[in-house]
Design a protein around this ligand. Structure first.
Ligand code: ASC
Length: 559
């Protein structure tokens, strides 16, 4: 049995300069990013979270933690709980059942974009060993940053015509970026920006990775970006990928790797290069036409000075639309031998068409099988458990999309509807999901969407081009060593096939992890075995129709 780790957190807006420009940022205990949690598998985490925001609710999602037996602690507003009101304290209490690299973040409105996130690292249980060796470890939490407030961003996205948020001003590494200067400037001819005049104490000064020569380091990486797909490279060093989303993978070496929002990885780095030099660590934008400078920091070989710049210019990020490069990386990710295998067959297949749409004469939305998700005021966990039928739509959301839909063209009829129906899954059934990408509203545009599932890991059975065709594609799915993950990307004009077992009583979001896309409706809701869920704290449900339920006579109170 593990330890109980008790954390006391206050969430509040703070002045902070993530990229050397001062902004209002969501901080935890006065810092940005939030504190790094380190615990061991088997530990119970108790986070006593006080909302110190003056006029907004808040929740925190523990990304990648499956919440077996505690679905009320998943931290999804309107799904697992009511938003915590200003001044109130909520106790998240849940078990960290699996070692891995995770992170946590806000899951109400666009609070993740506002800076509400941090790292969550679960080491193997006492006495257990990782299936690889390393001498030291480092942590890299990736994010992207806008100067416009999330309120401004939300109003823009919700307006008619929509005002798109555009590309981020900066990429942040461990919450640090440089907006109008570069640490690589001056020394290298291809750099056009000004040299940063950082003295070292600034909030935006890069966090430098200190290493010793001839050692093996584990670099833990997680991406909390609001929008950007990233490519990470370390000058002159190979990275050996060993973990993805808290699951071990068959090790493979790469020079650079793509990381989508919601994903996490561990890579091993051997510091076997010329020890008199330091080396670049760089991240650049992939998948969207970039308008954001590379994020940079240094791998500092001790005892070199950290201000000694590398001998050559920073690694060049692969061209943003080199999708073949992305696919070649992603399809190398396979489960480590001995990992759990998927069931051989499925009970139900749900095909989810991803389209960009219009609603009510001009508002831009994203829709799944032509339904754009809008969350109800009563959390599903309570409304399903207590059978409050007026809390959400009981029309079953569609299992598929019309046969004649052309995924290579903009929608013929772009009009969509909003909805809040739930895919009710049979307890312990095997569910296949085909995520089907399509053309957006403009011709010749199909975007990347990283989809994240709450409460489960899924097996990624395969990726393909065009429209998924069961006759042609089913036999090609990988049932031998598919990776277990909680986030998987759909490539432009492609499909991704997932399989999971609905073995976790609760209500679980499944959505595009791009924050503005979720805001625009790009998600669905799954539920299974909700009647088996017990001990939901009243506070989790003290709003909407479940809130009314608790306002009856004291004798009727449930606990
Ligand atoms: O949702 C989106 O909207 C814009 C664009 O399609 C319209 O401005 C964009 O790039 C998105 O990802």
């Amino acid at each position: 049995a593990g330890r109980v780790r008790h954390l006391k957190w206050d969430v509040e807006y703070i002045f902070w300069s993530p990229d050397c420009q001062e902004n209002v940022v969501m901080g935890i205990n006065g810092q940005f990013p939030g504190p790094t949690i380190r615990a061991k598998a088997g530990d119970t985490l108790v986070v006593e979270l006080t909302n110190k925001l003056h006029t907004e609710g808040v929740v925190i999602h523990w990304h990648g933690i499956r919440q077996f037996g505690t679905p009320w602690a998943d931290g999804t507003a309107s799904i697992s709980q009511c938003a915590i009101n200003p001044g109130e304290t909520f106790y998240y209490r849940f078990k960290l059942d699996k070692a891995g690299t995770y992170f946590y973040h806000g899951h109400y409105g666009m609070q993740r974009s506002a800076g509400l996130y941090g790292s969550l690292i679960v080491e193997v249980a006492e006495g257990e060993k990782e299936p690889f060796h390393y001498d030291g470890e480092m942590n890299l939490l990736l994010s992207d940053w806008w100067h416009e407030s999330v309120h401004h961003q939300e109003v823009g996205l919700s307006s008619n015509p929509m005002r798109w948020i555009g590309e981020p001003q900066s990429l942040l590494m461990n919450g640090r970026g440089q907006y109008n200067c570069s640490i690589a400037a001056v020394h290298y001819s291809n750099s056009s920006s000004m040299k940063c005049s950082l003295r070292g104490g600034e909030q935006c000064a890069p966090k430098i990775f200190n290493v010793l020569p001839n050692k093996i380091y584990r670099l833990r990486i997680a991406s909390s970006t609001a929008l950007a797909s990233l490519n990470l490279a370390i000058g002159n060093h190979k990275m050996v990928v060993v973990e993805a989303d808290g699951n071990y993978v068959e090790p493979f070496a790469v020079d650079d790797m793509d990381i989508y929002s919601g994903e996490s990885y561990s890579v091993l780095i051997t510091t076997n290069q010329d020890p008199s030099n330091n080396y670049w660590v760089s991240v650049g934008v992939r998948g969207r036409e970039p308008n954001t400078p590379q994020g940079l920091t240094l791998l500092n070989y001790k005892p070199n000075s950290p201000s000694k710049l590398p001998a050559s210019s920073p690694p060049v990020t692969p061209r943003w639309n080199d999708t073949a490069h992305s696919k070649s990386f992603t399809t190398k990710i396979l489960a480590l031998m001995g990992s759990p295998k998927p069931p051989k067959t499925f009970h139900r297949r749900i095909t989810l068409l991803n389209t960009q749409n219009k609603i009510s004469g001009g508002y831009t939305k994203w829709a799944i099988n032509n339904v754009s998700l809008t969350l109800p005021p009563t959390p599903y966990l309570g409304s399903i458990k207590y059978g409050l039928r007026n809390a959400f739509s009981h029309v079953n959301p569609p299992e598929n999309f019309p046969e004649d839909y052309d995924v290579m063209k903009p929608p013929v009829n772009p009009n969509t509807t909003t909805g809040n129906g739930v895919y009710m899954l049979g307890m312990n059934t095997t569910v296949d999901v085909i995520l089907q990408n399509a053309n957006a509203l403009s011709g010749n545009v199909s975007e990347i969407h990283p989809w994240h599932l709450h409460g489960h890991d899924f097996w990624v059975l395969g990726y393909g081009e065009g429209k998924f065709d069961p006759q042609r594609d089913e036999s090609k799915l990988n049932l031998r060593n598919p990776p277990l993950r909680n986030t998987a990307v759909i490539f432009p004009y492609g499909w991704t096939a997932l399989r999971f077992v609905a073995d976790n009583p609760g209500v679980w979001a499944f959505h595009c992890h791009i924050e503005p896309h979720l805001h625009m409706g790009m998600g669905v809701v799954f539920a299974e075995g909700v009647q088996h869920v017990n001990n939901i704290p009243n506070q989790a449900l003290a709003c909407g129709l479940t809130g009314n339920m608790f306002k009856t006579t004291p004798a009727n109170r449930t606990n």
